[in-house]
Design a protein around this ligand. Sequence first.
Ligand code: G3I
Length: 351
Amino acid sequence: MSRPAAASLPTGLGAIARQNGITFGAAVQSGLLATDADYAAAFRREASMVVPEWEGKWGALQPTEGEFDTAPLDGILAWAKAQERLVRGHALVWHQHLPAWAEEALGQGPERATSIMQAHIRRVLAHTRASIRDWDVVNEVIADPPGSDTPQAGDLELRDSPFLRALGPAYIDEALRMARRADPLLRLTLNEYGIEEDTPAAAEKRRRLLALVRDLLSRGVPLDAVGLQGHLQLAKPFRPEPLTALITALRQAGLSVLITEMDIRETADAPQELAARDALVNERAYAFVSTALAAGVRTVFTWGLSDRYSWLTTDPSVAMPAPRTHRGLPLDASFRRNAMWEALRRAFAGA
Ligand code: G3I
């Protein structure tokens, strides 16, 4: 698929990134593209690539067994085609946004589980073959270690999920092999969170991720890339070295590494003064992205463009105490470029 020439991108983050050999994109919602003109204009201005925020998930695409609803996803694919933007896919196998029928079927034995995974992956990849060339095939498969925000009980290193309970660890192999068989030229990505910061829990999750990836590759399981989600929290420390070491190890294993869902969660006791808040966001965003770029990352996605529709604003489990909202994306709630926009600009320009 042809990539838009730099000249066709207005001077936004996508154009600035492209001038330095980097792809900048953001998660997008089909309904908002259709209803919010400012939202659509921001994506035209800033993003050279998009990823569906929810429209590519099992619950959106196959809410009832055998009945696929691709309309929301197709809205994004049509917009991207018209705007000459690329699309990456998210997420074929994930324990969340899974319809009840699928969760039930996964509990009906390994044959049934394998059958519904096969049918879903084949149908979705056939539908998007001409428009999406990189999918998060498996998402968030590592168990959160002790000390993380949501530690998993027990000593399993893989997340306990309907897929793990149905097929054991081999569900990851199966999903990746099914995707490779369905589309041999598709880039297969394993996407994970909680591996970016300088905490004992993140260090353990990095260790688990590297062990999993090395095991998969050693057994010839197809895998091309690892996505680091990048849902950063200012309440947690960050040091470049652990992130550099992770990215370097993944790339030495022959994998591409991309940032897939970056945003920044401020602390509940963030300063009142906007400039002080923005300085903290700017500093963390720049440190994270410049470290990733220096280690060889060349694709950076934020999880949305504007604070107005961020999950950090809409999801009570992570939102700031009202009436404040996180300033964790490149554009504020009024679509004005803010501290993260400047941090990303500086990191892309300096790459
Ligand atoms: O499903 C309805 C759909 O029928 C309706 O037309 C549409 C209209 O807005 O809304 C859809 O509702 C919700 C959707 O967000 C849009 O707001 C879904 O019910 C809700 O589950 C969905 O939440 C998303 C969540 O993943 C689950 O898919 C969030 O937007 C999205 O930000 C969040 O993203 C996850 C990544 O996939 C994985 N990493 C963590 C990240 C944050 O949780």
